[in-house]
Ligand binder design. Structure first.
Ligand SMILES: C[S@@+](CC[C@H](N)C(=O)[O-])C[C@H]1O[C@@H](n2cnc3c(N)ncnc32)[C@H](O)[C@@H]1O
Length: 185
C-alpha cells in the first residue's frame, strides 16, 4: 500500500470493471466457507485484501465479523470516499466498532500495480475480460494464499493457482458461484 500509484487509467479499469456490490447473504456464505474450509480465524493475525473495494462492503464485513485486518484498493475516487465515509460513521457507533475499524485501510489506487505478498485472503469480484491481466498480480501473492473470485472462474491460471472449492449460492432461477483457489507456487 506504500507505493505511490500512478497512471490509474492504464487498463481503463473502470470501464472494464464497473461497480457492483457483493450481496450480503453471499458474503456470509463465502466467509462461512473460508472459516470452515480455509482456516479463517477470528481475531487472528490474518490479513485480507479486496481488489476493487467499491464502497467498502467486504473490508467492513471482514473487520466487524472476523476482527482481522482488511485492506481495499479502489480506483474510483468517489467510491473510495464513500467507503471511508461509511467507516467513519460506523466508528461513531461506539468504542468497540471504533477499535475494530482501525483494522481497515482503503486506498485509492490501481490493483494491477499492487504487491499481494502480505495477504492471506485475496478477494476479487472482477470480470473475465480483465482476467488475462491478473496473472502477474497473483504471482506476487505468497504460496498458500487463498484467492476468492466472486461470480467468475479464473481460467488459465493452473500454473499458479489450484482450484479448491466452488461455492454455489442458491437463488431462484439464478446460478451464482464463488470460486476459491490456493496459490501453489
Ligand atoms: C464489481 S465491483 C466489486 C466491489 C466490491 N469488491 C464488492 O464485491 O462489493 C469492482 C470494483 O473494482 C473497481 N476497480 C476496477 N478496476 C480497478 C483497478 N484496476 N484497481 C482498483 N479498483 C478497480 C471498480 O471501480 C469497482 O468498484
Amino acid at each position: 500500500m506504500k507505493k505511490k500509484v500512478k497512471n490509474f487509467g492504464k487498463f481503463h479499469s473502470q470501464l472494464d470493471l464497473p461497480f457492483s456490490e457483493t450481496n450480503n447473504e453471499f458474503l456470509r456464505e463465502i466467509f462461512k466457507t473460508l472459516e470452515l474450509k480455509f482456516g479463517l480465524k477470528y481475531a487472528s493475525n490474518q490479513k485480507l485484501i479486496d481488489l476493487g473495494a467499491g464502497n467498502g462492503t467486504i473490508v467492513i464485513f471482514t473487520v466487524l465479523n472476523y476482527c482481522i485486518r482488511a485492506h481495499g484498493i479502489e480506483i474510483n475516487q468517489n467510491l473510495k470516499k464513500e467507503a471511508n465515509n461509511r467507516i467513519k460513521s460506523l466508528k461513531k457507533e461506539g468504542k468497540y466498532k471504533k477499535r475494530l475499524l482501525k483494522k481497515t485501510k482503503i486506498k485509492l489506487g490501481d490493483f494491477f500495480l499492487h504487491n499481494l505478498k502480505e495477504y492471506d485472503y485475496i478477494y476479487i469480484y472482477s470480470l473475465p475480460s480483465m482476467h488475462r491481466y491478473l496473472k502477474h498480480l497473483f504471482r506476487t501473492a505468497k504460496k498458500g494464499a487463498v484467492i476468492i473470485s466472486h461470480r467468475h472462474k479464473l481460467e488459465n491460471f493452473s500454473s499458479i493457482l489450484k482450484e479448491k472449492y466452488i461455492l454455489a449460492h442458491k437463488r431462484e432461477k439464478q446460478k451464482i458461484f464463488t470460486f476459491i483457489y490456493k496459490k501453489i507456487s
